[in-house]
Design a protein around this ligand. Sequence first.
Ligand code: C2O
Ligand code: CU
Length: 577
Amino acid sequence: MFMSSQLALKNMGLILRFLGSLLVLDSILHCMVQAKVQYYDFVLKETNFTRLCSTKSMLTVNDSFPGPTIRVNKGDTVYVNVHNKGKYGVTIHWHGVKQPRNPWSDGPENVTQCPIPPNTSFTQEIIFSDEEGTLWWHAHSDWSRATVHGAIVILPAPWTTYPFPKPYGEQTLVLGEWFKGDVMAIIDEALATGGDPNTSDAFTINGQPGDLYDCSNGSTYRLLVNYGKTYLLRIINAVMNEEQFFGIANHKLTVVGMDGAYTKPIVTNYIMITPGQTMDVLVTANQSPSLYYIVSTPFADTTAPFDNTTTTAILQYQGKYTAPSSIPFPTLPSYNDKAAADNYTKLLRSLANKSHPVKVPVNITQRIFMTVSVNQLYCPNASCSGPDGNRLAASLNNISFQTPTIDVLQAYYGHLSKVFSNDFPKQPPYFFNFTGDVGNNTLYPSLGTKVLTVNYNDAVEIVYQGTNVGAAENHPMHLHGYSFYVVGLGSGNFNNITDPKSYNLVDPPLVNTIGVPKNGWATIRFIANNPGVWFMHCHLERHASWGMDTVLVVKNGSTRETSIRPPPKYMPPCSKT
Ligand code: C2O
Ligand code: CU
């Protein structure tokens, strides 16, 4: 009796071990199925496009605007061979793709690589890990991203599905910005004079300005739907300089994801989406079959010049009905409705369920307090076109980032000196009433290529503090190589005693870009488990151009698996090396 039950136990152990190895085998097979590798060719070249009654030549990928969509399953790897057949050097960035241990293919100009020279190619390896939903890619050199961008659709891994009923159809909606002029000339001129860059002439939805602009109503983008069906809209804000309110007449939006991660569903009439962000939205075609306007309009609560025009597309029911005499138009918040913007952002929560758990760092090992400011630099004889003859600038912790001529990654990896310094400060040079009457406090930033270095696996907290220096506004802060939890958002000066009490450590949204409220603050947290050299910047392009940037260097861990991968055989050359 005793013996046999022992034998039984032993047999049971063997059976369990056998089952165990089957499970291991199964998960290996599973991984093999998941680890799909895909190849794309991106040919960058000048192409003629006509919008708003005028034609211009502009840089595109594969002759299209927006550019081609990369479509993968979670966990895939993609090689993109980027052929530059344009006139100037360009880089491409995969916005929101974490690229574990692989900053070499991340793309920001002179941060992780030098530009791809004309008539050469560079193959980038894009490693997907836990991202699922929608991201995008864009050029990351000067202002070329205005015309060089496209969607990245990340479907659930094989054998898994969405955390919501499978939609009947899905469509990517890329919000863009149209400049009649040459975008590169616009930023070059602004940087030469020190003044504000020209604003755009239109916004676009999937490349089309829509019915409210000249010469545009023949080509307005139409989203065809069937009555009673639900559609997943993948909305990408690829606009250069303005946040956007977006809505569809008579239709509720249900937000289910953002920046490649799922959210708790939010039912709303409008969203506020900053440049850099993506939002996945379900829409059910449950209204009388007809036409309805899809509208995107700027949120720009600022004294800075901005494009105050409105782009439209049409949600069009299929089937027979009499077209309405006037197409219903949604009511969206007005351009300066800060409360509407902030209220929406505060609704965002991670899905936070068993299959999509959240792990918010609680024992912080790196605390950083970072002011986000628009500033000015002196110009000799007040000869610049900014305020008081000064030059417009921007900064983080009062350092206006100076882009080096050799990329920071190469300098860091190869121990080159004099390219950057390691002393980005963990707090501003001094504290003042950041969001009130700032007087002349830090109107004039210092210049430098200072990077912020943290250890592998540090639990990092950054409090972004918007300031009233120069012109206050909402700043969409973006970090490469990571998604981060937004644990708190607030107005005014951050209070380090009372404000942390309001932190959401249960289901904060996991994003790669967060709009720091105008004259307010936002706190983010993440574990620094991706070694590399990662750009951090405001995603309003003019602010990034003026120096509202820094670089986060995450040191290697102690093993090969926790260290930066070795560089690929070929990297585009830096002209100054
Ligand atoms: Cu959308 Cu530095 O990136
Ligand atoms: Cu900004």
